[in-house]
Design a protein around this ligand. Sequence first.
Ligand SMILES: [Zn+2]
Length: 133
Amino acid sequence: MSKPIPKPTPETAPFWAGCAEDELRLQHCNNCGHVQFPPRKLCSSCFSEDVTWRTASGRGTVRSWSVVTLPGAPGFEEEVPYIAALVRLEEGPTMLSVLRNCDAEAVDFDMPVSAIFEDRGETKVPYFIPDGA
Ligand SMILES: [Zn+2]
């Protein structure tokens, strides 16, 4: 079974368009400066509708992680074990993703990581790798 393909919504379409170009894109609020992920119609800080998409650096640090040994969804049978990680992006928001090119014993808090993108045909999906990996 193949991995699922993300289905963009009006709110998430710019994010997935960025991934297709190997870019993380985040919403910035033009009213209060808040940067948010996941995408929303309104700013989650001040509820302004005046939000703009900008390309993020793709860099972040590990806030927390867990080694997943049982596939949680069809299509991920050959992925396990993998490292599910909360990555604090340089711009502020935290993103749940997967660390690749990294041994579970080597993961540490605040470890610097960078985004990479897996091609799933119709789109690409972001993962993270340790800097220098
Ligand atoms: Zn705002």
